[in-house]
Design a protein around this ligand. Structure first.
Ligand SMILES: Nc1ncnc2c1ncn2[C@@H]1O[C@H](COP(=O)(O)OP(=O)(O)OP(=O)(O)O)[C@@H](O)[C@H]1O
Ligand SMILES: [Mg+2]
Length: 295
């Protein structure tokens, strides 16, 4: 049993055995898949919902090792195809009433740099290939927003502005993209009291609106690391599903255990083992587990 499995077991979550077979997946990323750094210059200005469509910077996405809109056949595409399935089933399955706001999904981790933003974007792109599903990708890492840099977009207002200014609505900050079923909300203007805003009644109302306005929509939140800020656990309280990313062979067992403690009140927590080395012949790649606090 590896470090992560031990920590998850200690905290009452087993990343593998809790999963139903159909709800597991595994991911592998080949050597050299690690994305390179990209110059910080940003592409065109953001386009708002109802206005012009923003064209995603596919070259930039490719350079960073991300999935691209046309990529449906690569190993990475296949991996995220398996990752998305239990999330979609939880959100829209035969008994959606079992999971409250199951279409609100947050990606988090214990420590910085474990791959939250990378996995959030890939998951969003993978879900856009589903028939009759739309994705709203929300950059809720308000202190260190990464989505604009990954996708080459820029926006002056976003999530924090909706929460902090009653004259700004959700519709005002939704950016449409050239993928018809993908829209984006950026983090918005940094404010000192961002944790309080994310924990506020305004956030509760906003997430309810996000969850209910379009019943076919999955809202995916990229978030900060649990042990580095208080914002992630404030956000988690509003979510129907949490995906807990664990970077293989780096994160101490105690960090995983302490981070999972913060998610105790969340009904559904899925674990995703990221950046695992792939040894040929051994199924040891990217792992994905499933835990349901309700069970
Ligand atoms: N599966 C993967 N394969 C290759 N590279 C990856 C993978 N996951 C993440 N990376 C790379 O690791 C680095 C950190 O990833 P990312 O920005 O997603 O981390 P993060 O958890 O969002 O960090 P932060 O806590 O700072 O927000 C990036 O360079 C990213 O491209
Ligand atoms: Mg990030």
């Amino acid at each position: 049993m590896n470090t992560i499995e031990k920590a998850l077991q200690k905290s009452g979550r087993n990343p593998w055995s809790a999963a139903q077979p159909a709800e597991r997946g595994s991911l592998e990323c080949g050597p050299g898949a690690k994305p390179g750094k990209v110059a910080p210059s940003l592409a065109s200005s953001a386009m708002r919902e109802g206005s012009e469509v923003h064209v995603l910077d596919v070259e930039r996405m490719q350079a960073q090792g991300l999935l691209t809109p046309e990529d449906t056949r690569s190993a990475l595409a296949e991996e995220f195809r398996m990752i998305k399935r239990p999330i979609i089933n939880n959100a829209f399955g035969a008994r959606p009433d079992l999971i409250r706001s199951g279409n609100l999904v947050m990606m988090t981790s214990a420590l910085p740099g474990e791959g939250k933003s990378f996995c959030t974007i890939n998951l969003a792109l993978s879900i856009t290939h589903e028939v009759n599903r739309t994705v709203l990708l929300v950059d809720a890492d308000v202190a260190r927003p990464a989505i604009p840099g990954y996708l080459g977009i820029q926006a002056d207002i976003g999530l924090l502005d909706v929460l902090g200014d009653e004259d700004i609505d959700l519709a005002d900050v939704i950016i449409r993209t050239d993928i018809p079923n993908l829209s984006i909300v950026t983090a918005g203007t940094t404010r000192g009291r961002s944790t309080e805003l994310l924990a506020s009644e305004a956030m509760a109302q906003l997430t309810t609106e996000m969850a209910q306005r379009y019943p076919d929509r999955i809202v995916l939140f990229d978030s900060p690391p649990l042990l580095a800020t208080s914002e992630a656990s404030a956000l988690a309280a509003h979510m129907g599903q949490i995906i807990f990313v664990v970077e293989a062979e780096r994160v101490p067992q105690d960090a995983v255990r302490r981070a999972l403690e913060q998610l105790k009140s969340c009904d559904v927590v899925l674990t995703l083992l990221n950046k695992a080395r792939h040894v040929p012949g051994i199924d040891y790649g990217y792992g994905y587990g499933y835990g349901n606090n309700k069970s």
